[in-house]
Design a binder for this molecule. Sequence first.
Ligand SMILES: C[S@@+](CC[C@H](N)C(=O)[O-])C[C@H]1O[C@@H](n2cnc3c(N)ncnc32)[C@H](O)[C@@H]1O
Length: 257
Amino acid sequence: MKFEDMINKIINCDCYEMIKNIPDKSVDCIYVDIPYLFQQGGTGTSRIALQVQKMKKELKKADIYDGIDYKIFDEFVRILKNVNCFIWCSKEQIFSILDWFNKNTNSTYQILTWNKTNPVPMCNGNWLSDIEYCLYFNRGTKLNNGYELKSKWYVSSLNQNDKILYNHPTIKPLNLVKRHILHTTQPNDIVLDCFCGSGTTCVACQETGRRFIGMEINKEYYEIANKRINGITAWGQASIFTDFDKLEKQKVLNEVE
Ligand SMILES: C[S@@+](CC[C@H](N)C(=O)[O-])C[C@H]1O[C@@H](n2cnc3c(N)ncnc32)[C@H](O)[C@@H]1O
């Protein structure tokens, strides 16, 4: 596939292969939310352990569980004009990703967070999982001004409505992604999200006047993301006309079937 044909599209592919078709120094920003790597745990038959196992099974089914191969970072550095890269990851991945960028690029970093006000209370005697981490790497990229845009943290509840609308277990808040994009890119810039899930980054680009390239390996999520950039929910309605109560009931019915 040619680079020009990827612009403003979501592609159903394995990004490790597809990214090789992107020319050197052609992308302004990479915004990814990578498959997570979790600590072992959640065994046993207590209610909490069973809930943790169910959540991990759901993520595994969606290819969101085994982490990633860091060889893709070489590709990131190759295709970026300047280092300008957001990587959402689990706590377990922070150290190794910081280490990789520290050894292989001259970039500065920030640890950005999404602080959730209503985390799932499954911590089994441990800390609540009420923070998600996003690493940001920069070398030579001009940042835009704006008090809110510059904030390193963002507080909101779990975005249940978007989860219902776009049926993805790790969907990120659209408003937060828009803030990050507005802070670090210029109008018409090209942003790549090669693990795009339900397409949050692509919609954020549409709504801020940036161009995007989305890649997603899972056919179901690819279709959801494609509908989403055309204003259609995972369930086939125009997103502006969504009746959440009806959707919630339908979702429960689907799960029972
Ligand atoms: C953490 S989710 C991204 C969620 C997204 N930020 C959202 O808001 O919907 C990671 C996604 O990467 C996809 N994925 C995993 N391996 C991939 C690969 N090799 N190529 C493309 N996509 C992949 C998974 O199917 C999953 O949907």
